[in-house]
Design a protein around this ligand. Structure first.
Ligand code: GLU
Length: 383
């Protein structure tokens, strides 16, 4: 009897095990697919809510600035908006250089980096990037040409190749006119132009030159000489008009733009940029003497102290400098040399990327981004 009960108990146990295994075999695929359908959200929210995000940045006005120990700037405020949108806490650490900041993310000492980081193929290989957060581009900054003294400007204009050519042409025309007038006038009894070649040609040349410049005191006496004189006067009027137009246009363009208008004008001259920046990369193998410095402030200094002719760097950064610290001293010339986009750098495969991207998109849609952009970059009209 006892044995019978034992056997029955084994049977029941066996049956239960069989049923469990069977049930699991049928249920497992469904369970798997249920998990597969909701894989990302729980994982991300688990990561994002628990942890304080480690944010790396670097001072680069107007994107990141330090004001009485507090960080401000477009990128900092944008990040604050993104973090609020994501519902995460973050701790910002400032790094000295772009390379150190990016290394911090690469080595997982920081979760993200935000400043004025250009998205490049090379960086994309070792880092991830958010959607572009700002449209930028490389530009040229030069000293204000108006600051050059008047005398050097005048001397440079007087000895410019165009002007020297015009002077040469005027001389040639005077010599020709002098010969023509001498030929017609030398025999006339009332004429003051001597018959012999040398004194005669000098007087005729004097007459031709003063007619060209202003008005000669005496007119030729013979009929042919007078016809020639009238023709010469017409030529003189045209020449003076052409001369004035050439000189004034040249001077106006010079004083408005200086002589550097684009990258081509920098050939054979010197420029400075930030070492290891995208601008330094772009300027490699261009035929300009390139100096690289570790801090962009050193580049500004080199420009103002006339050690170099131009600074080439991110346009928005240069524009801010030109409008604030160096107001009236420098100016941006030419178009963007190459368009670039700034992004938020993340560790490769970071789960925060999707959350940051959707926060960025929402800020674009609800005008939060636009407000911030206007606050930092909109040119205020004087009215
Ligand atoms: N946008 C430039 C780059 O990514 C300069 C950034 C910086 O100096 O922080 O190379």
């Amino acid at each position: 009897m006892k044995l019978n009960i034992k056997i029955r108990a084994y049977w029941v146990l066996g049956l239960l095990v069989f049923l469990w295994v069977g049930l699991m075999t049928i249920a497992q695929p469904k369970l798997d697919s249920a998990i597969a359908q909701t894989p990302v959200t729980p994982a991300i929210s688990a990561v994002s809510t628990k942890k304080v995000l480690r944010v790396a940045t670097r001072i680069i006005p107007p994107f990141v600035m330090e004001n009485e120990g507090k960080l401000t700037g477009f990128s900092i405020e944008l990040w604050q908006k993104i973090a609020t949108q994501m519902g995460v806490e973050s701790k910002i650490t400032t790094y000295k250089t772009l390379a150190e900041m990016l290394s911090a993310v690469r080595e997982n000492k920081a979760d993200i980096a935000i400043a004025a980081i250009s998205i490049t193929a090379e960086r994309e290989a070792t880092l991830d990037f958010s959607y572009p957060m700002f449209n930028s581009g490389l530009q040229i900054l030069i000293r204000n040409p108006k600051k050059v003294g008047m005398l050097p400007n005048l001397l440079r204009d007087l000895f410019s190749p165009t002007l020297l050519q015009l002077f040469g042409l005027a001389l040639l025309m005077v010599v020709i006119a002098a010969h023509v007038i001498w030929l017609f006038e030398r025999r006339h009894p009332d004429s003051s132009i001597a018959e012999s070649y040398f004194p005669g040609i000098f007087i005729a040349a004097w007459w031709a030159a003063s007619t060209l410049a202003t008005q000669a005191e005496e007119m030729p006496k013979g009929a042919l000489g007078r016809i020639m004189a009238v023709m010469w006067m017409f030529v003189a009027v045209l020449f003076v008009a052409y001369f004035t137009a050439t000189v004034t246009t040249g001077m106006t363009v010079q004083s408005l733009q200086g002589d550097i208008k684009g990258l081509d004008d920098l050939k054979g001259r010197s420029a400075v940029t930030l070492a290891r920046s995208t601008a330094a990369d772009f300027l490699q193998n261009k035929s300009i003497t390139l100096l690289t410095v570790d801090k962009i402030e050193m580049a500004y200094e080199a420009l103002l102290t006339e050690k170099v002719d131009a600074v080439i760097f991110d346009g928005p950064v240069l524009r801010y400098y030109a409008a604030h610290d160096a107001k009236g001293l420098v100016q941006i010339v030419g178009e963007s040399l190459r368009d670039e986009s700034y992004g938020i750098a993340l560790t490769n495969g970071s789960l925060y990327r999707k959350l940051i991207n959707s926060a960025l998109l929402k800020l674009r849609e609800n005008e939060g981004y636009q407000q911030l952009y206007d606050q930092w970059f909109k040119v205020k009209s004087d009215s």
